[in-house]
Design a binder for this molecule. Structure first.
Ligand code: GTP
Ligand code: MG
Length: 273
């Protein structure tokens, strides 16, 4: 009796999980892992060939977690090697380089690749994702700002961290939150806890801010056709104002998006009789 109880306690204490790293080549996936596991930084680029595998033990609350890390190669050339490693992951580290917009835009493609590989029977909802906006030490070449990255991540229920594998900034905080959420999920019967990342804004608000940021002109920003009437412009404006008003919307970047919408409306109305 007592040994069974002891065994059960020990089982509860130790946990084995699988995590993978994803993101374009050269964004710093391997360096982030190296910084955390070996407390060092390698400036020379050594592309991961296919997959690198490592094991580390971490302590979350009273529980020991044995983490199997599969560090993926970002280069498209290695697709056929990495595709079989997506399955059965409890956690995903998604990395982009803040100085490379293309690597940020690619996050959607990485998610799509993963979804395809794990198959429709597996559920992306029950995996903990953390996004690393990496290379923040190179601030002069930064092109993706914090609000944009945070919005993308948090609107999906993912963690978001600003990191530098070079200086170490944000790395241990990121891993701590990541492993803690994975432990929560395991204790929650394998489901990602709803309160994991409480963002306080809706997916619609986040998507609208992203659309506004990438709109090509004022018509596009308000979502009306060129040549629309005053009435149509005002109607579109009101809808966006309700959604994005800074009193109502706490999503990162909402204030700038709201101002841009106000300016777009003013500019359009000036030219419509
Ligand atoms: P693949 O294995 O090809 O998919 O690339 P990766 O994402 O693993 O990139 P890796 O970690 O090998 O880093 C690529 C290059 O970026 C290397 O030259 C690193 O030294 C550099 N690097 C990584 N992280 C940082 C960072 O935070 N700051 C700076 N300045 N350089 C970094
Ligand atoms: Mg690598």
């Amino acid at each position: 009796m007592e040994t069974n109880l002891q065994k059960r306690r020990e089982n509860k204490k130790s946990l084995r999980v699988k995590v993978i790293s994803l993101g374009n080549a050269e964004v710093g996936k391997s360096c982030i892992i190296k910084r955390y596991c070996e407390k060092r930084f390698v400036a020379k680029y050594l592309a991961t060939i296919g997959i690198d595998y490592g094991v580390t033990k971490v302590q979350v609350r009273e529980r020991e977690i044995k983490v199997n890390i599969f560090d993926m190669a970002g280069h498209p050339f290695f697709y056929e090697v990495r595709n079989e490693f997506y399955k059965d992951s409890q956690g995903v580290i998604l990395v982009y380089d803040v100085g490379q917009k293309e690597s940020f835009d690619a996050l959607d493609i990485w998610l799509a690749e993963m979804k395809q590989e794990i198959g429709s029977h597996s559920n992306m909802e029950n995996i903990v994702f953390t996004v690393c906006a990496n290379k923040i030490d190179l601030s002069k070449r930064r092109v993706v700002d914090e609000s944009e990255g945070r919005l993308w991540a948090e609107s999906r229920g993912f963690h978001y961290f600003e990191t530098s594998a070079q200086s170490g900034e944000g790395i241990s905080e990121m891993f701590q939150a990541f492993f803690s959420s994975i432990a929560d999920m395991c204790e929650n019967g394998g489901r990602r806890p709803v309160s994991g990342v409480n963002v306080g804004f809706t997916r619609e608000q986040a998507d609208t801010i992203r659309r506004i940021r990438s709109s090509k002109d004022s018509w596009d920003m308000l979502g009306v056709k060129p040549g629309a009437t005053r009435e149509e412009v005002n109607k579109a404006y009101r809808k966006l104002a309700v959604l994005l008003h800074p009193d109502k919307c706490v999503a990162p970047g909402s204030e700038d998006a709201f101002k841009a919408v106000v300016n777009a409306r003013t500019a359009l109305l000036k030219n419509i009789k």
